[in-house]
Design a protein around this ligand. Structure first.
Ligand SMILES: [Zn+2]
Length: 249
């Protein structure tokens, strides 16, 4: 068993921020504090020449008990220092710092931040809605984990028609580290080889998730990556890194 000291600090938000700061210093990405949420500073990371078009958006940690997501996004950035500056990136490294520190799906007021994107009172989500309203996205990627997961899977919202093969190649890349979730039904939705293509006309009844907001308002491709949070953290991180790499292939 490999005992990396780092992996036991995946709920240490300060440590996460420190490591992102280092990545930005080394790569030329810009990191700025945007606001304070539940007593935690929140940050946005972007490329120095971020244009209004063809942006690649990443977010992680909207559910604080899914630390493989925040670690996976960070690990991908750490292993691509030389090229980050040339990519059109807008990154939210952790959307729910209180949840991360407290290992909670919810925010400090008990709200699931991934169900309030239609009309949110959360100041960080309001900030993102404002920040992004005139931007055009090439791809939006939200990193998640699933407590009940039996392998990796993803959501790609779709109105039908023939999808690209991207989702398949993403699953294939992740399967080098964690098998594809074999379930045929995941969260009451049909899954095929780990791919769920929810119809936007059938959103979760509790409210609109981040991915669906971007899909509907920005009409862009969105992927929600899911790793099984009961599996080994190092493998979950590697699976997230492999899925992100595949976006750029
Ligand atoms: Zn989640």
């Amino acid at each position: 068993m490999r005992l990396s000291s780092q992996k036991y600090r995946s709920h240490d938000y300060k440590f996460l921020v420190q490591r992102w700061k280092k990545i930005c210093q080394k790569s030329g990405l810009k990191m700025r504090k945007i606001l304070v949420l539940d007593n935690f500073p929140c940050f946005e990371v972007c490329s120095p020449k971020l244009a209004k078009k063809d942006i690649i958006y990443f977010s992680a940690g909207i559910h604080g008990d899914e630390s493989g997501s925040t670690e996976g996004l960070l690990a991908w950035a750490q292993s691509n220092l030389g090229k980050l500056q040339s990519l059109p990136l807008l990154i939210y490294p952790c959307l729910n710092p209180w949840g991360l520190v407290n290992n909670s799906r919810f925010d400090a007021s008990g709200i699931d931040m991934n169900r309030i994107w239609a009309n949110s009172k959360n100041i960080l989500i309001q900030h993102i809605l404002n920040r992004t309203k005139d931007l055009h996205f090439e791809t939006v990627i939200n990193l998640h984990e699933d407590f009940d997961g039996q392998g990796v899977y993803l959501y790609e919202p779709s109105r039908g028609g023939r999808p690209s093969k991207k989702a398949e190649s993403i699953m294939n890349a992740a399967s080098a580290f964690i098998r594809v979730d074999p379930r045929r039904t995941i969260d009451c939705r049909k899954a095929t080889n780990g791919i769920i293509r929810p119809r936007p006309s059938n959103p979760p009844k509790e409210g609109i998730p981040e991915a669906l907001h971007f899909y509907l308002k920005h009409q862009c491709r969105t992927f929600t990556f899911e790793t099984p949070s009961e599996f080994d953290l190092e493998l979950r991180v590697q699976a997230h890194v492999a899925m992100i790499e595949e976006i750029f292939n």
